[in-house]
Ligand binder design. Sequence first.
Ligand code: UT7
Length: 335
Amino acid sequence: MYNSKIAGLGFYVPENVVTNDDLSKVMDTNDEWIQERTGIKERRHVIKGADTTTSMGVKAAQKAIERAGIDKNDIDFIVFATLSPDYYFPGPGVLVQRDLGLKTVGSLDVRNQCSGFVYGISVADQYIKSGMYKNVLVIGSELHSHGLDMTTRGRGVSVIFGDGAGAAVLTREEDTSKGILSTHLHSEGQHAEELSLIAPGMGKRWVTDIIEDADSEDTSYFPYMNGQFVFKNAVVRFSEVIMEGLQKNHLKPEDIDMLIPHQANLRISQFIQKKFGLRDDQVFNNIMKYGNTTAASIPIALTEAWEEGKVNEGDLVVLAAFGSGFTWGSAIIRW
Ligand code: UT7
Protein backbone atom coordinates (compact mmCIF):
# COMPACT_ATOMS: atom_id res chain seq x y z
CA MET A 1 0.00 0.00 0.00
CA TYR A 2 1.21 3.48 -0.91
CA ASN A 3 0.00 7.03 -0.60
CA SER A 4 0.94 9.84 -2.94
CA LYS A 5 2.41 13.15 -1.82
CA ILE A 6 3.07 16.49 -3.46
CA ALA A 7 6.84 16.53 -3.90
CA GLY A 8 7.22 19.69 -6.00
CA LEU A 9 5.17 22.76 -6.90
CA GLY A 10 5.54 25.56 -9.42
CA PHE A 11 3.55 28.35 -10.99
CA TYR A 12 3.86 30.82 -13.81
CA VAL A 13 1.85 33.93 -14.60
CA PRO A 14 2.39 36.23 -17.58
CA GLU A 15 4.12 39.54 -16.81
CA ASN A 16 1.37 41.75 -18.21
CA VAL A 17 -0.68 43.15 -15.29
CA VAL A 18 -4.21 44.38 -16.08
CA THR A 19 -5.73 46.50 -13.32
CA ASN A 20 -9.42 47.20 -12.74
CA ASP A 21 -8.79 50.74 -13.99
CA ASP A 22 -7.34 49.30 -17.22
CA LEU A 23 -10.59 47.37 -17.75
CA SER A 24 -12.68 50.46 -17.09
CA LYS A 25 -11.06 52.01 -20.19
CA VAL A 26 -12.50 49.33 -22.50
CA MET A 27 -15.88 48.63 -20.83
CA ASP A 28 -18.33 50.19 -18.42
CA THR A 29 -16.95 48.93 -15.13
CA ASN A 30 -15.00 50.35 -12.22
CA ASP A 31 -12.49 49.41 -9.53
CA GLU A 32 -15.02 49.82 -6.72
CA TRP A 33 -17.58 47.40 -8.22
CA ILE A 34 -14.96 44.76 -9.00
CA GLN A 35 -13.26 44.91 -5.61
CA GLU A 36 -16.51 45.02 -3.65
CA ARG A 37 -18.10 42.05 -5.46
CA THR A 38 -15.03 39.88 -6.07
CA GLY A 39 -11.99 41.17 -4.13
CA ILE A 40 -9.98 41.31 -7.39
CA LYS A 41 -7.55 44.22 -7.82
CA GLU A 42 -5.65 43.01 -10.88
CA ARG A 43 -5.07 39.98 -13.06
CA ARG A 44 -2.56 38.89 -15.70
CA HIS A 45 -3.32 38.75 -19.43
CA VAL A 46 -1.02 37.11 -21.95
CA ILE A 47 0.23 39.52 -24.60
CA LYS A 48 -0.79 37.96 -27.90
CA GLY A 49 1.75 35.42 -29.08
CA ALA A 50 3.89 35.57 -25.93
CA ASP A 51 2.41 32.47 -24.29
CA THR A 52 -0.11 29.70 -24.75
CA THR A 53 -1.97 27.53 -22.27
CA THR A 54 0.64 24.84 -22.93
CA SER A 55 3.70 27.10 -22.67
CA MET A 56 2.53 28.47 -19.32
CA GLY A 57 1.86 24.92 -18.13
CA VAL A 58 5.33 23.85 -19.24
CA LYS A 59 6.99 26.72 -17.33
CA ALA A 60 5.07 25.84 -14.15
CA ALA A 61 5.89 22.15 -14.64
CA GLN A 62 9.63 22.79 -15.06
CA LYS A 63 9.68 24.47 -11.65
CA ALA A 64 7.65 21.71 -10.03
CA ILE A 65 9.93 18.99 -11.45
CA GLU A 66 13.05 20.84 -10.33
CA ARG A 67 11.65 21.31 -6.80
CA ALA A 68 10.59 17.66 -6.63
CA GLY A 69 14.26 16.84 -7.14
CA ILE A 70 13.58 14.33 -9.89
CA ASP A 71 14.75 14.05 -13.47
CA LYS A 72 12.09 14.80 -16.08
CA ASN A 73 12.63 11.28 -17.42
CA ASP A 74 11.28 9.96 -14.12
CA ILE A 75 7.80 11.36 -14.90
CA ASP A 76 5.52 8.39 -15.57
CA PHE A 77 2.32 10.19 -16.54
CA ILE A 78 0.93 13.65 -17.32
CA VAL A 79 -2.46 15.04 -16.31
CA PHE A 80 -3.40 18.43 -17.81
CA ALA A 81 -6.47 20.31 -16.61
CA THR A 82 -7.80 23.29 -18.60
CA LEU A 83 -10.91 24.77 -20.15
CA SER A 84 -8.83 26.81 -22.59
CA PRO A 85 -6.75 24.30 -24.59
CA ASP A 86 -4.53 25.57 -27.41
CA TYR A 87 -6.38 23.33 -29.87
CA TYR A 88 -9.86 21.85 -29.87
CA PHE A 89 -7.90 18.62 -30.25
CA PRO A 90 -5.39 17.24 -29.43
CA GLY A 91 -5.40 18.45 -25.84
CA PRO A 92 -2.39 20.12 -24.21
CA GLY A 93 -1.21 16.97 -22.39
CA VAL A 94 0.58 15.68 -25.48
CA LEU A 95 2.03 19.14 -26.18
CA VAL A 96 3.62 19.06 -22.72
CA GLN A 97 5.05 15.60 -23.43
CA ARG A 98 6.58 17.06 -26.61
CA ASP A 99 7.70 20.45 -25.31
CA LEU A 100 9.23 19.09 -22.10
CA GLY A 101 10.95 16.38 -24.15
CA LEU A 102 9.55 13.57 -22.02
CA LYS A 103 9.59 9.89 -22.92
CA THR A 104 6.42 8.65 -24.62
CA VAL A 105 4.56 8.51 -21.31
CA GLY A 106 0.76 8.68 -21.22
CA SER A 107 -0.98 12.02 -21.00
CA LEU A 108 -4.54 12.72 -19.97
CA ASP A 109 -6.56 15.90 -20.50
CA VAL A 110 -9.06 16.84 -17.82
CA ARG A 111 -12.05 19.04 -18.76
CA ASN A 112 -13.47 19.90 -15.38
CA GLN A 113 -12.92 23.66 -15.38
CA CYS A 114 -12.50 25.12 -11.88
CA SER A 115 -12.42 21.64 -10.32
CA GLY A 116 -9.92 20.39 -12.91
CA PHE A 117 -6.87 20.44 -10.68
CA VAL A 118 -8.61 18.60 -7.83
CA TYR A 119 -9.87 16.00 -10.34
CA GLY A 120 -6.31 15.77 -11.72
CA ILE A 121 -4.83 15.26 -8.27
CA SER A 122 -7.39 12.55 -7.62
CA VAL A 123 -6.50 10.70 -10.83
CA ALA A 124 -2.76 10.95 -10.11
CA ASP A 125 -3.31 9.78 -6.54
CA GLN A 126 -5.16 6.64 -7.68
CA TYR A 127 -2.41 5.72 -10.16
CA ILE A 128 0.23 6.10 -7.47
CA LYS A 129 -1.79 4.33 -4.76
CA SER A 130 -2.36 1.37 -7.08
CA GLY A 131 1.39 1.11 -7.67
CA MET A 132 1.02 1.68 -11.43
CA TYR A 133 3.04 4.92 -11.49
CA LYS A 134 5.57 6.51 -9.17
CA ASN A 135 5.73 10.14 -10.37
CA VAL A 136 2.79 11.95 -11.97
CA LEU A 137 2.88 15.53 -13.26
CA VAL A 138 -0.40 17.42 -12.75
CA ILE A 139 -0.85 20.79 -14.47
CA GLY A 140 -3.63 23.36 -14.38
CA SER A 141 -3.28 26.17 -16.93
CA GLU A 142 -5.60 28.74 -18.49
CA LEU A 143 -5.37 31.39 -21.15
CA HIS A 144 -8.72 33.09 -20.67
CA SER A 145 -8.02 36.61 -21.86
CA HIS A 146 -8.10 35.94 -25.62
CA GLY A 147 -11.55 34.34 -25.39
CA LEU A 148 -13.42 36.85 -23.23
CA ASP A 149 -15.98 39.41 -24.35
CA MET A 150 -14.04 42.56 -23.43
CA THR A 151 -17.02 44.87 -23.98
CA THR A 152 -19.65 46.08 -21.52
CA ARG A 153 -21.85 43.18 -22.67
CA GLY A 154 -19.35 40.72 -21.19
CA ARG A 155 -18.36 42.62 -18.06
CA GLY A 156 -20.10 40.22 -15.64
CA VAL A 157 -17.63 37.52 -16.69
CA SER A 158 -14.58 39.16 -18.24
CA VAL A 159 -13.47 41.21 -15.21
CA ILE A 160 -13.19 38.05 -13.12
CA PHE A 161 -10.89 35.79 -15.13
CA GLY A 162 -7.10 35.86 -15.47
CA ASP A 163 -4.33 33.84 -17.14
CA GLY A 164 -1.75 31.62 -15.49
CA ALA A 165 -0.59 28.10 -14.70
CA GLY A 166 0.35 25.94 -11.74
CA ALA A 167 1.80 22.44 -11.51
CA ALA A 168 2.53 19.72 -9.00
CA VAL A 169 4.61 16.56 -9.09
CA LEU A 170 2.95 13.78 -7.12
CA THR A 171 5.21 11.00 -6.01
CA ARG A 172 4.97 7.73 -4.08
CA GLU A 173 4.82 8.03 -0.28
CA GLU A 174 5.42 4.82 1.66
CA ASP A 175 4.05 6.22 4.95
CA THR A 176 0.29 6.01 4.46
CA SER A 177 -0.42 8.42 7.30
CA LYS A 178 1.13 11.16 5.12
CA GLY A 179 0.40 12.68 1.72
CA ILE A 180 -2.99 12.68 0.03
CA LEU A 181 -5.36 11.05 2.50
CA SER A 182 -8.47 11.19 0.34
CA THR A 183 -10.15 12.99 -2.54
CA HIS A 184 -13.88 13.59 -3.07
CA LEU A 185 -15.43 14.37 -6.46
CA HIS A 186 -18.94 15.35 -7.53
CA SER A 187 -20.90 16.60 -10.52
CA GLU A 188 -24.41 17.85 -11.27
CA GLY A 189 -24.92 18.24 -15.01
CA GLN A 190 -28.42 19.57 -14.50
CA HIS A 191 -26.80 23.03 -14.28
CA ALA A 192 -24.33 22.56 -17.15
CA GLU A 193 -25.42 25.66 -19.07
CA GLU A 194 -25.37 28.00 -16.05
CA LEU A 195 -21.60 28.41 -16.46
CA SER A 196 -20.60 27.38 -19.94
CA LEU A 197 -19.14 28.15 -23.32
CA ILE A 198 -21.50 26.64 -25.88
CA ALA A 199 -19.45 27.16 -29.06
CA PRO A 200 -17.21 25.77 -30.42
CA GLY A 201 -18.89 22.53 -29.54
CA MET A 202 -20.26 19.77 -31.72
CA GLY A 203 -23.37 19.59 -29.55
CA LYS A 204 -24.70 22.90 -30.77
CA ARG A 205 -24.08 22.74 -34.50
CA TRP A 206 -21.42 21.76 -36.96
CA VAL A 207 -18.32 23.90 -37.27
CA THR A 208 -19.12 24.90 -40.87
CA ASP A 209 -22.41 26.43 -39.66
CA ILE A 210 -20.57 28.35 -36.98
CA ILE A 211 -18.21 29.88 -39.53
CA GLU A 212 -21.04 30.79 -41.97
CA ASP A 213 -23.20 32.25 -39.19
CA ALA A 214 -20.45 34.08 -37.37
CA ASP A 215 -21.78 37.49 -36.44
CA SER A 216 -21.37 39.93 -33.62
CA GLU A 217 -24.80 39.11 -32.13
CA ASP A 218 -23.83 35.53 -31.40
CA THR A 219 -22.54 35.41 -27.83
CA SER A 220 -22.17 31.63 -27.75
CA TYR A 221 -18.48 32.14 -28.50
CA PHE A 222 -18.04 33.72 -25.08
CA PRO A 223 -18.28 32.16 -21.66
CA TYR A 224 -21.66 32.63 -19.99
CA MET A 225 -22.20 32.68 -16.24
CA ASN A 226 -25.38 33.04 -14.23
CA GLY A 227 -23.34 34.69 -11.49
CA GLN A 228 -25.76 34.74 -8.57
CA PHE A 229 -26.97 31.17 -9.21
CA VAL A 230 -23.36 29.94 -9.41
CA PHE A 231 -22.47 31.85 -6.24
CA LYS A 232 -25.34 30.30 -4.26
CA ASN A 233 -24.45 26.79 -5.39
CA ALA A 234 -20.74 27.38 -4.78
CA VAL A 235 -21.05 28.26 -1.10
CA VAL A 236 -23.20 25.18 -0.43
CA ARG A 237 -21.05 22.71 -2.39
CA PHE A 238 -17.73 24.07 -1.08
CA SER A 239 -18.96 23.57 2.49
CA GLU A 240 -20.35 20.10 1.80
CA VAL A 241 -17.26 18.74 0.09
CA ILE A 242 -14.85 20.12 2.70
CA MET A 243 -16.97 18.51 5.46
CA GLU A 244 -17.16 15.25 3.52
CA GLY A 245 -13.36 15.09 3.32
CA LEU A 246 -12.87 15.97 6.98
CA GLN A 247 -15.42 13.42 8.18
CA LYS A 248 -13.92 10.67 6.04
CA ASN A 249 -10.64 11.23 7.92
CA HIS A 250 -12.24 11.75 11.37
CA LEU A 251 -11.13 15.40 11.38
CA LYS A 252 -12.83 18.66 12.31
CA PRO A 253 -12.66 22.13 10.71
CA GLU A 254 -10.39 23.34 13.53
CA ASP A 255 -7.82 20.68 12.50
CA ILE A 256 -7.26 22.50 9.17
CA ASP A 257 -3.88 24.24 9.03
CA MET A 258 -4.35 25.58 5.52
CA LEU A 259 -7.44 25.69 3.34
CA ILE A 260 -6.71 26.48 -0.30
CA PRO A 261 -10.07 27.21 -1.92
CA HIS A 262 -10.39 27.60 -5.67
CA GLN A 263 -10.04 31.36 -6.16
CA ALA A 264 -13.50 32.01 -7.61
CA ASN A 265 -14.46 35.08 -5.63
CA LEU A 266 -12.99 36.44 -2.37
CA ARG A 267 -16.55 36.71 -1.00
CA ILE A 268 -17.03 32.95 -1.45
CA SER A 269 -13.75 32.22 0.38
CA GLN A 270 -14.73 34.59 3.18
CA PHE A 271 -18.14 32.92 3.50
CA ILE A 272 -16.49 29.48 3.85
CA GLN A 273 -13.93 30.83 6.32
CA LYS A 274 -16.70 32.25 8.50
CA LYS A 275 -18.87 29.15 8.21
CA PHE A 276 -16.04 26.92 9.47
CA GLY A 277 -14.81 29.48 12.02
CA LEU A 278 -11.31 29.58 10.50
CA ARG A 279 -8.73 32.27 11.29
CA ASP A 280 -7.17 34.37 8.52
CA ASP A 281 -3.96 32.31 8.70
CA GLN A 282 -5.92 29.09 8.01
CA VAL A 283 -7.19 30.22 4.58
CA PHE A 284 -5.04 31.32 1.63
CA ASN A 285 -6.31 33.83 -0.93
CA ASN A 286 -4.50 35.45 -3.84
CA ILE A 287 -7.44 36.23 -6.15
CA MET A 288 -6.68 39.91 -5.46
CA LYS A 289 -3.55 39.62 -7.66
CA TYR A 290 -4.49 37.04 -10.27
CA GLY A 291 -8.29 36.97 -10.58
CA ASN A 292 -9.96 33.64 -11.17
CA THR A 293 -7.58 31.38 -13.13
CA THR A 294 -9.95 28.37 -13.14
CA ALA A 295 -7.95 25.09 -13.24
CA ALA A 296 -4.75 26.99 -12.42
CA SER A 297 -6.04 28.78 -9.33
CA ILE A 298 -5.46 26.03 -6.74
CA PRO A 299 -1.93 25.09 -7.87
CA ILE A 300 -0.96 28.78 -8.12
CA ALA A 301 -2.33 29.46 -4.62
CA LEU A 302 -0.83 26.29 -3.15
CA THR A 303 2.58 27.12 -4.63
CA GLU A 304 2.47 30.69 -3.32
CA ALA A 305 1.39 29.52 0.13
CA TRP A 306 4.24 27.00 0.16
CA GLU A 307 6.76 29.59 -1.10
CA GLU A 308 5.68 31.93 1.71
CA GLY A 309 6.33 29.20 4.29
CA LYS A 310 2.63 28.79 5.08
CA VAL A 311 2.53 25.07 4.28
CA ASN A 312 4.84 22.91 6.39
CA GLU A 313 5.51 19.28 7.13
CA GLY A 314 2.75 17.70 9.20
CA ASP A 315 0.16 20.38 8.29
CA LEU A 316 -3.36 19.42 7.34
CA VAL A 317 -3.92 21.05 3.95
CA VAL A 318 -7.36 21.04 2.34
CA LEU A 319 -7.96 21.84 -1.35
CA ALA A 320 -11.53 22.57 -2.42
CA ALA A 321 -13.06 23.60 -5.73
CA PHE A 322 -16.40 24.30 -7.36
CA GLY A 323 -17.23 25.38 -10.89
CA SER A 324 -18.71 24.79 -14.30
CA GLY A 325 -20.43 21.46 -14.77
CA PHE A 326 -21.33 21.90 -12.04
CA THR A 327 -18.38 19.95 -10.69
CA TRP A 328 -16.83 20.18 -7.26
CA GLY A 329 -14.27 18.33 -5.17
CA SER A 330 -11.83 18.33 -2.29
CA ALA A 331 -8.48 16.81 -1.38
CA ILE A 332 -7.37 16.20 2.20
CA ILE A 333 -3.58 16.23 2.52
CA ARG A 334 -1.24 15.59 5.44
CA TRP A 335 1.85 17.51 4.28
O1 UT7 B 1 -14.99 29.93 -10.80
C1 UT7 B 1 -16.18 29.31 -11.14
C2 UT7 B 1 -17.24 29.61 -10.21
N1 UT7 B 1 -17.62 31.01 -10.32
C3 UT7 B 1 -18.11 31.60 -9.28
O2 UT7 B 1 -18.21 31.02 -8.23
C4 UT7 B 1 -18.61 33.01 -9.46
C5 UT7 B 1 -19.87 33.20 -8.69
N2 UT7 B 1 -20.54 34.50 -8.90
C6 UT7 B 1 -19.97 35.67 -8.58
O3 UT7 B 1 -18.84 35.73 -8.17
C7 UT7 B 1 -20.82 36.92 -8.69
O4 UT7 B 1 -22.13 36.56 -9.01
C8 UT7 B 1 -20.28 37.94 -9.73
C9 UT7 B 1 -19.03 38.59 -9.21
C10 UT7 B 1 -20.03 37.25 -11.04
C11 UT7 B 1 -21.31 39.04 -9.98
O5 UT7 B 1 -21.65 39.68 -8.76
P1 UT7 B 1 -23.17 39.89 -8.37
O6 UT7 B 1 -23.18 40.56 -7.08
O7 UT7 B 1 -23.88 38.56 -8.46
O8 UT7 B 1 -23.67 40.87 -9.48
P2 UT7 B 1 -24.85 40.72 -10.55
O9 UT7 B 1 -24.44 39.81 -11.65
O10 UT7 B 1 -26.12 40.43 -9.85
O11 UT7 B 1 -24.93 42.18 -11.14
C12 UT7 B 1 -25.32 43.30 -10.32
C13 UT7 B 1 -25.26 44.57 -11.15
C14 UT7 B 1 -26.01 44.45 -12.46
O12 UT7 B 1 -26.57 45.73 -12.72
P3 UT7 B 1 -28.13 46.02 -12.43
O13 UT7 B 1 -28.89 45.02 -13.24
O14 UT7 B 1 -28.30 45.80 -10.95
O15 UT7 B 1 -28.31 47.44 -12.87
C15 UT7 B 1 -24.92 44.19 -13.47
O16 UT7 B 1 -25.26 44.63 -14.77
O17 UT7 B 1 -23.89 44.86 -11.50
C16 UT7 B 1 -23.78 45.02 -12.92
N3 UT7 B 1 -22.46 44.51 -13.32
C17 UT7 B 1 -21.37 45.29 -13.33
N4 UT7 B 1 -21.17 46.57 -13.04
C18 UT7 B 1 -19.92 47.07 -13.15
C19 UT7 B 1 -22.13 43.27 -13.70
N5 UT7 B 1 -20.82 43.20 -13.97
C20 UT7 B 1 -20.32 44.45 -13.75
C21 UT7 B 1 -19.04 45.02 -13.84
N6 UT7 B 1 -18.88 46.32 -13.53
N7 UT7 B 1 -17.96 44.28 -14.21
